[in-house]
Design a protein around this ligand. Structure first.
Ligand SMILES: Cc1cc2nc3c(=O)[nH]c(=O)nc-3n(C[C@H](O)[C@H](O)[C@H](O)COP(=O)(O)OP(=O)(O)OC[C@H]3O[C@@H](n4cnc5c(N)ncnc54)[C@H](O)[C@@H]3O)c2cc1C
Length: 693
């Protein structure tokens, strides 16, 4: 689509040449005037001859009800979200900054890190007093409703500042979930203290020597039956707890993972509660804590290192939901299989992954709203001689950069909404499904988030790097999500391992994870793809299912081949790494598309359904276009691949007129966006930056 020109077109009757002459004349007049005696004469800057900001709302058409679209996207607790947005907007603690006549709330991420941490804690105390996350374990039992509310609040908190949301989530959701779900009745007193913030909890699983490989944890907890205590020890430097959020300054207690030794036997990794500071913030005897110092992002969080020098804790501090130690030192496993035992102890991190999945998509909404609004007001170059400059979003290349990411964000929002509901209503028989999707979505959504934030940063040019425009800082802040709560590369390995074990259950039809389609005959891609075929949801889901089943078969046969050659199963999987990466992506994208189609089906005919059909098609086709497995394994001919590419371009140009409405539907208040999303000329004008001097 050729760029459209909406503003600054020559007034009717004036030719491009006369307009250019007028601009040049004015330009010369400005420069031949006597130099200003001081720069305090804004009248010398004539608005007539320069670019002026024109809000996209003046030129763009809103073709559907954005409030209704927001209702579909946010799906739950909209009033609570708006309440929290308002709470943050309305308090000085959240650093309101007036730029170009508008107020933005944003943490000052260029402050020294200790100041950022102190501010973070002040904000948490304020929000806690207002009832954010209050009563999540005792007053209100964790019902699906209260979980959904808390996740919605996390989505808002992390929109303001990732460090704020994470610091609260570590205490309330991770530390709290360990006590609630891996502890037993006698740990309930800790829940009350957690809710009232009398104890501040951190979760210390990772060590310097082992982060992902938790089974190789080196910290040891040895039971002493003569005193009824565990003795917790850090036997070597690599066993130090490392990068532990809240440990450097604030946590009073830690849930630690340690090897449980009793009666001379090691029973593997278990969770223990250890006090690390007293109520005055003084480090407890035999505990040493150091600060991990400045990080490349998330400096509002105090990550620390912890060493235990034979710290004694009562026997009751073992989180005994999966296994217990009797007073005489006998070990009683409630779950017999050691692998299942460790799996059960990792269950609390599932909520962390669900929250990362959905909040990382919320972050992409902020960045896309900023970058698309900017692209609807920023002009660069003319495409005709002496013609007016074109809006960035009228360049097909700019549409290509941003609109597929927008379509992915929409699709992942619908999928994330499903995951939240599925997680909060989970039953024991659905744990495996919750696990695989929380792992898969955490990895693929947080990668999408990083890619989107970076693309939006670049799409705003130099403005994207200014701290108050948020984009560059959001890139740095979001990076850690790829690593904590499970390194993404290892998470996708887990996904493919689970799929492999399902595929290897011979003689049984597949009945889990949406893989039922594999029991049917393989879909066939028509030899000639037309636009209407490409836009049909039947074709799209068939294409993604075809890729998924093919990759699962290829992965299974390659692993078997390596095993036949004498490799262990684990090494055989490692050798097939290129396939497991492709498979877990194919699995996730198929599920996201399936859930998007289901969401679309629930909407009655009208303008929203029409635009969502375009969004869904763009999502499906960009997944196909970006993945070379379709060509490599012959699912698409070169000709069909070219047709897909053309259709993506067409869809981008068809979605272009809806871009403003699509980002307005995110429902993010202006104050949570950035000056470049609005009058960026005014925000950078002399009167604005000089403070009126
Ligand atoms: C900001 C931040 C906050 C954190 N907060 C906490 C916290 O509060 N509590 C806590 O316990 N931990 C915390 N962590 C630590 C985090 O959980 C670990 O960093 C994470 O589990 C990865 O471990 P690692 O850093 O040791 O990396 P490693 O496990 O050493 O992995 C390094 C790289 O090697 C790759 N790799 C490793 N094994 C394999 C394999 N088998 N096959 C292929 N590739 C492999 C990984 O994909 C990764 O890219 C935090 C980390 C960060 C960044």
């Amino acid at each position: 689509m050729a760029p459209k020109f909406r503003h600054h077109d020559p007034p009717s009757g004036a030719t491009a040449a006369t307009r250019r002459a007028r601009i040049l004349t004015n330009h010369l007049v400005l420069h031949t005037q006597a130099p200003p005696s001081s720069y305090s004469h804004p009248t010398l800057l004539s608005a007539d001859v320069c670019l002026s900001y024109s809000p996209p709302e003046l030129s763009e058409t809103i073709s559907f009800d954005t409030k209704e679209m927001r209702r579909l996207l946010d799906a739950h607790h909209i009033a609570e979200r708006d309440w929290l947005f308002g709470l943050i907007e309305g308090n000085e603690l959240f650093n309101p900054v007036k730029i170009g006549g508008k107020v933005y709330v944003m943490p000052d991420l260029n402050q020294p890190f200790q100041q950022q941490r102190d501010m973070n804690m002040k904000r948490i105390k304020y929000l806690f007093d207002k009832g954010v996350h209050m009563g999540c374990y005792t007053e209100i039992e964790p019902t699906p409703e209260s979980y959904m509310r808390n996740i919605a609040l996390q989505e808002v908190l992390r929109t303001y500042d990732l460090a704020l949301g994470i610091q609260m989530a570590v205490h309330f959701f991770l530390w709290g979930s360990y006590i609630k779900f891996v502890g037993t009745k006698h740990h309930e007193k800790w829940l009350k203290a957690t809710e009232s913030y009398e104890v501040i909890g951190c979760v210390a699983m990772s060590e310097l020597g082992h982060g992902s490989n938790l089974q190789a944890t080196e910290t040891v907890a040895t039971y002493d039956s003569s005193t009824g205590e565990f003795v917790v020890n850090t036997p070597c430097e690599s066993a130090q707890k490392h990068m532990i959020g809240l440990a450097a300054n604030y946590a009073t207690h830690a849930m630690i993972f340690a090897q449980l030794h009793t009666n001379g036997r090691n029973h593997g990794v278990h969770g223990f509660l250890v006090q690390i500071r007293d109520g005055n913030g003084k480090t407890c005897p035999n505990v040493r804590i150091a600060d991990c110092g400045l990080k490349s992002g998330l400096n509002g969080i105090d990550n620390g290192q912890i060493w235990f020098d034979n710290v004694r804790i009562p026997r009751e501090n073992l989180l005994n939901g999966v296994a217990d130690v009797l007073p005489d030192g006998r070990y009683v496993a409630k779950i017999k299989d050691p692998r299942e035992r460790i799996g059960a102890q990792l269950a609390p991190v599932v909520i962390g992954r669900v929250v990362i999945s959905t909040t990382s998509i919320y972050k992409t909404k902020v960045s896309l709203a900023i970058a698309i609004r900017y692209a609807l007001s920023r002009r660069a170059f003319s495409v005709t001689p002496n013609g007016p400059e074109a809006l960035l979003l009228d360049y097909p290349s700019h549409q290509r950069r941003l609109l597929p990411l927008l379509a992915k964000t929409y699709a992942m929002t619908f999928a994330g909404n499903w995951l939240k509901v599925f997680f909060t209503k989970r039953e024991p028989q659905s744990y495996k499904t919750v696990h695989i999707f929380s792992v898969a979505f955490k990895a693929i959504f947080s990668w999408h988030s990083m890619r989107t934030l970076q693309e939006c940063r670049e799409a705003c040019g130099a403005q994207g790097m200014k701290a108050h425009n948020r984009l560059g800082l959001m890139v740095a802040e979001s990076d850690g999500q790829l690593t904590y709560e499970g390194d993404n590369n290892l998470l996708i390995l887990q996904v493919s391992k689970i799929l492999l074990s399902e595929a290897k259950k011979h003689n049984r039809p597949l009945q889990v994870f949406g893989l039922e389609h594999m029991n049917e005959p393989s879909p066939i891609i028509p030899p000639q793809l037309s636009s209407s075929i490409l836009r049909s949801s039947q074709f799209q889901i068939a294409a993604l299912r075809l890729r998924e089943r093919d990759l699962l078969h290829r992965f299974a046969s390659e692993v078997s081949l390596h095993q036949l050659r004498g490799e262990t199963k684990d090494q055989a999987i490692n050798l097939a790494y290129h396939l497991y990466k492709e498979l877990s992506k194919a699995f996730t994208e198929r599920m996201v598309l399936q859930l998007t189609i289901e969401a679309e089906e629930g909407i009655s005919a009208g303008s929203i359904k029409d635009v969502l059909a375009l969004v869904r098609s763009l999502y499906a086709l960009i997944c196909i276009e970006e993945d070379d497995t379709f060509l490599r394994y012959g699912h698409l001919s070169a000709e069909n691949a070219a047709t897909v590419r053309e259709e993506v371009t067409k869809l981008c140009s068809e979605l272009r007129p809806h871009a403003l409405a699509l980002v307005s539907s995110f429902g993010i208040p202006d104050s949570f966006l950035a000056p470049i999303a609005f009058d960026w000329v005014g925000a950078n004008s002399w009167s604005s930056v000089s403070g009126g001097h």
